[in-house]
Ligand binder design. Structure first.
Ligand SMILES: Nc1ncnc2c1ncn2[C@@H]1O[C@H](COP(=O)(O)OP(=O)(O)O)[C@@H](O)[C@H]1O
Ligand SMILES: [Mg+2]
Length: 384
């Protein structure tokens, strides 16, 4: 049972003057696939390297299989690490690259052969065993790097953006291969990525990290299954980070609220109702309404009729992206933080500078307080 437990894990690179990681508490279950996501520089690799043993833990306790491992070497922790750069030995064949760690550990030749062959079969590398890395494609090299880790039969796999160097189609394929591999091996895995699609598709649970501000007590924003994060983001950071294009936010204040519904007046005077429990807030409190591009509906038929009303706002088209299967329309609205992005299935070009009335269904809206913390959503449909 290789569960991994982080208790109050913190990291400073400068003897405590500044902190990169602060007070991360997290329990990862045996066999679980957990993804660490967050913007570049927020400390994902630092956290992973501390789990691996490549970086000292400044404070806090790390345990694997119930044993404190803070002071153990990577080897003694029985973890297998796969990096973005494959770091293969160029002068060794695929077979030798995969066998190298076991040779160092003085494993029996027969054990080495067996494990290398098993891993090669699993990763479809059998025909490449005699080749040197330079005669392989990027995806094949990354498979060798994964194979090198698999043969060691680690208790925990640690991946640091392993697919970032691959082109898009290969990334999709490798993503599916990694998912299949995890289904078969069921090894506890921690996977760092800035690609939320990878996290959403691979992980049982996602850990959202943010860069540590001077006043923050931790980098940990939210931990939960992918759809939980999508449907019930705990705050505006997570709401903006999970989902693509990102959630739209509108500036306003609370008019009235109960346990099921809140009425918000936007900065522009528009009224928006949101299905949520904001009874803890009071009239006049500053709030933000959030709505995803895929949940806004646009009334193209009523274009330019200057219509607005409850949960309906009048915007102006400023740009569009026609992707074939769907389009993103960028609109201006005075209450919005940035452009409002709307996802539509229509593929025809829309005239710029034209008014566009859009509606924001109360059950699809999110509500956040001034600090960005979400109010609990109410009346979510079953599918949520
Ligand atoms: N060896 C180091 N010495 C000092 N600062 C470092 C070191 N490694 C990383 N950092 C800093 O720690 C922060 C987090 O880096 P990193 O963990 O690589 O982030 P991520 O993987 O999320 O992009 C960054 O500000 C980075 O500059
Ligand atoms: Mg990194």
């Amino acid at each position: 049972m290789a569960e991994v437990k982080l208790s109050g894990i913190s990291k400073s690179y400068d003897g405590g003057k500044t902190w990169v990681i602060k007070d991360v508490n997290l329990s990862i279950n045996d066999g679980e696939f957990v993804a660490f996501v967050g913007p570049s520089g927020c400390g994902k690799s630092t956290l992973l390297r501390m789990i691996c043993g490549l970086e000292d833990i400044t404070s806090g306790e790390l345990s694997i299989k119930g044993e404190r491992v803070n002071d153990l070497s990577p080897h003694e922790r029985h973890v297998g690490m796969v990096f973005q750069s494959y770091a293969l030995y160029p002068h060794m064949t695929v077979e030798k690259n995969m066998a190298f760690g076991l040779k160092l550990a003085k494993a029996d030749e027969s054990v080495i052969d067996q494990r290398v062959n098993d891993a090669a079969r699993m990763l479809q590398l059998e025909t490449f065993l005699p080749r040197k890395p330079k005669a392989l494609s990027g995806g094949q090299r990354q498979r060798v790097a994964i194979g090198r880790s698999i043969v060691q039969q680690p208790s925990v796999f640690l991946f640091d953006e392993p697919l970032s160097n691959l082109d898009v189609s290969l990334r999709v394929q490798m993503r599916q291969e990694l998912a299949g591999l995890h289904r078969r091996l069921k090894t506890t895995s921690i996977y760092v990525t800035h690609d939320q699609v990878e996290a959403m598709t691979l992980a049982d649970r996602i850990v959202v990290l943010s860069p540590l501000g001077p006043k923050d007590s931790t980098n940990l924003e939210q931990v939960g299954p992918p759809l939980e994060l999508y449907n019930r983001p705990a705050n505006m950071f997570v709401a903006g980070f999970i989902g693509s294009p990102q959630m739209n936010f509108l500036d306003g204040h609370l008019e009235s609220s109960g346990t099921e519904r809140a009425v918000i007046t936007l900065k522009t005077g528009d009224t928006v109702e949101v299905n949520c429990d904001a009874h803890s807030a009071k009239a006049g409190d500053k709030v933000f309404v959030g709505i995803r591009p895929e949940h806004i509906s646009a009334q193209f038929s009523s274009m330019d009729n200057n219509e607005s009303g409850k949960n309906r706002i009048l915007t102006k088209i400023v740009a569009e992206e026609l992707l074939g299967s769907e389009s993103f329309i960028y609109c201006h609205h005075e209450a919005a933080l940035g452009a409002i992005i709307i996802r539509v299935m229509e593929i025809t070009s829309k005239p710029h500078d034209q008014s566009l009335s859009v509606s924001l269904p109360p059950k699809c809206c999110h509500l956040f307080n001034e600090e960005g913390t979400a109010f609990p959503r109410a009346g979510l449909p079953e599918v949520f």
